[in-house]
Ligand binder design. Structure first.
Ligand code: UDP
Length: 245
């Protein structure tokens, strides 16, 4: 069992949960799996019900990644804007799942789309969370050549979050890819600097260094495991904690 932060004694007040687009595919190869969205929604609701303020950042890799479009000859910036639009679709899917189980939510997009969702307004997002709403941030930072990891780091800093939780398909950060290398072992703890120096594929380097500058812990855990989010928040869940030491 890993030592986790925040500990039982230091229950976080507000967190940002980053969910990659790929996680929304469930067992599928593409797109959005409704049951998977509902499972995530239940875990998010449980965290909210325990008194934690939550905001979410959703990726778009299950639908479109700018870099893949660019590899096929598309202009990179155009492809990245398409990727950002994919994150808005995912945000709406998760919003629907959350609202279907009685959780009040707001989607705020870094690309204004006022007939669909709110534009990103920092103080308004904070107010929503104070009222118990879950805020889902879509469209990353709103600029091409970035990723939703950077969007997650930026919003976590802006929202004054106590931790950035990165939900992945594995139990934390490993020495190698555990899906292809059976000798890979999981780190309980890492420092931001180690993550950057070892070039561990946790989050983009820019996101990791932003969290280092803001002194916000990154907690990597398996979001596909129902109930794991609550365990991690309670200080008992398997995960990797990235902090300053
Ligand atoms: N994207 C972007 N700027 C941002 C966030 C996202 O250009 O601030 C684009 C980029 O093309 C990226 C795509 O949106 O490939 C989907 O986001 P990401 O790859 O981060 O999703 P994830 O891997 O988390 O599913």
């Amino acid at each position: 069992m890993s030592e986790v932060a925040p500990s039982k004694d230091h229950k976080p007040r507000r967190i940002l949960l980053k969910i990659s687009g790929e996680a929304l595919m469930g067992d599928g190869q593409f797109g959005i799996d409704q049951e998977t969205c509902l499972g995530f929604a239940r875990d998010v609701k449980a965290a909210r019900d325990s008194g934690i303020e939550l905001c979410l950042v959703i990726g778009g890799g299950n639908i479109f990644r700018g870099i893949s479009g660019a590899a096929k000859g598309m202009e990179r910036a155009t492809a990245d804007y398409m990727g950002m639009l994919a994150t808005i679709m995912n945000a709406l899917a998760l919003q629907g799942a959350l609202e279907s189980i009685g959780v009040h939510t707001r989607v705020q997009s870094a690309i204004p789309m006022q007939t669909v969702c709110e534009p990103y307004i920092r103080r308004r997002a904070i107010r929503h969370m104070e009222k118990g709403r879950i805020v889902i941030f879509a469209a990353g930072v709103g600029s091409p050549f970035f990723t939703t990891d950077s969007g997650a780091a930026l919003r976590a800093a802006e929202m004054g979050c106590d931790a950035l939780l990165k939900g992945t398909g594995v139990d934390g950060v490993y020495t190698a890819d555990p899906k292809t290398d059976p000798t890979a072992t999981r780190y309980d703890k890492l420092s931001y600097t180690e993550v950057l120096a070892k070039n561990l594929k946790v989050m983009d380097a820019s996101a990791v260094s932003m969290m280092r500058d803001s002194n916000i812990p990154i907690i990597v855990f398996n979001i596909r495991q129902p109930g794991r989010l609550a365990e991690v928040l309670a200080g008992t869940g398997v995960c990797t904690v990235i902090t300053d030491n």
